[in-house]
Design a binder for this molecule. Structure first.
Ligand SMILES: NC(=O)CC[C@H](N)C(=O)O
Length: 348
């Protein structure tokens, strides 16, 4: 007998096995990565989403805190074909519902065919189909989470590697992964992590060599304050952005973003650099994309599968942004050079 239910749009209910009890709702997304479940589950970009792992066995090398990307689990719930006890116990201790013993291929195919969709989950001995449907019916569209930045950002400024010999970086935390800070600190940067709604005065106080907009959850249009910082600093200070950061920079400089059908979700997304013609494999998890870069940004990299912009640059204004995750974690390390490039713009 099933003791867990996943309700998806169209009121279809899929039976499953409860691995961590509770009810939850969120946008149903997936990752095709076969490793990196600890990094993905602690990536703040998954806030308000339900993460389905399409690789059939999740958890076979345990759970270790040093691989976490933040201090908590961010997806509202986790779905796998088979989940180990280690992962199930971790999620239960975090209060995150988890289910397995369902056909995750079916879920991913449904998202691919029908596009991004909402879902509701109910798991545990008393869970009913109706509980999952009730969650589904309460679920909001991602773009309607207008204050999602407040859920994932630091409350106060944090400084890493104070007194470091390298550039002073103002990292605007829209839901930043820990390995972005680590990648900068490894290169001697002094990193000031600012709340997502930091003001111009807050940032000016540290006189940054580089303004860096992080990855983060939800619709980039809901990160207006970060966009205002971009507008203020463009031309005066070099700008960098990763994922949501690329989208925020594009929106602030006259471009436009839009929701994709089901996004880019895995660690083997091929990206072609239009200048060198080289292809790199990249890590991606995003559901919005830059539809129009505006007239200040050149598209310098594209996704090989669908030609969407993966890199935007302006050599005169010193701007480099990436739609994918150069910091990896999980995924390939092919594009770590991004951090050298952006710190190079900052004079390092
Ligand atoms: N990883 C991210 O930064 C995701 C960016 C944005 N929330 C999107 O889904 O497109």
């Amino acid at each position: 007998m099933a003791d867990a239910y996943v309700a998806i749009e169209g009121d279809r209910v899929i039976e499953a096995r409860a691995r961590a009890p509770g009810t939850a709702r969120g946008e149903l997304v997936f990752t095709t990565a076969y490793t990196g479940y600890e990094e993905s589950l602690t990536d703040p970009s998954y806030e308000e989403q339900v993460l389905t792992f399409s690789y059939p066995l999740i958890g076979n090398y345990g759970v270790r805190e040093e691989r976490f990307e933040s201090d908590r689990v961010h997806p509202r719930a986790a779905v796998a074909r088979e989940m180990t006890d280690d992962v199930a116990e971790w999620l239960e201790s975090e209060g995150i519902p988890a289910v397995d013993h369902l056909d995750t291929r079916d879920i991913v195919t449904e998202i691919r065919d029908e596009g991004a969709m909402k879902c509701g989950i109910a798991a545990g001995p008393d869970a009913t189909e109706q509980d999952a449907l009730d969650e589904l019916h309460e679920c909001k569209h991602m773009s309607d989470h207008t204050d999602i930045g407040a859920q994932v950002s630091v409350d106060d400024v944090e400084v890493h590697n104070e007194g470091g010999d390298g550039a002073t970086v103002a990292l605007v935390d829209c839901g930043a992964k820990g390995s972005i800070t680590e990648s900068l600190v490894e290169r001697d940067a002094e990193v000031h992590i600012f709340p997502y709604d930091a003001s111009e005065d807050d940032v000016a106080a540290v006189d940054p060599d580089l303004l860096f907009i992080s990855n983060g959850p939800g619709d980039p249009e809901n990160f207006e304050q970060a966009g205002e910082l971009v507008e203020t600093y463009v031309g005066d200070v070099p700008l960098a952005g990763i994922c949501l950061g690329q989208q925020v920079v594009a929106n602030a400089l006259g471009g436009e973003t839009e929701k994709m059908e089901f996004g880019h979700r895995g660690v083997n997304q091929p990206v072609r650099d239009l200048r060198s013609n080289q292809v790199v494999m990249t890590t991606q998890n995003h559901g919005y994309t830059v539809a129009d870069p505006g007239d200040k940004l050149d598209v310098t990299q594209v996704n090989v599968n669908d030609d969407t912009p993966e890199g935007l640059e302006n050599d005169d204004l010193n701007i480099i942004t990436r739609q994918y995750h150069p910091e990896a974690n999980p995924g390939p390390h092919d594009s770590l050079g991004f951090f050298d490039d952006v710190l190079g713009m900052a004079g390092e």
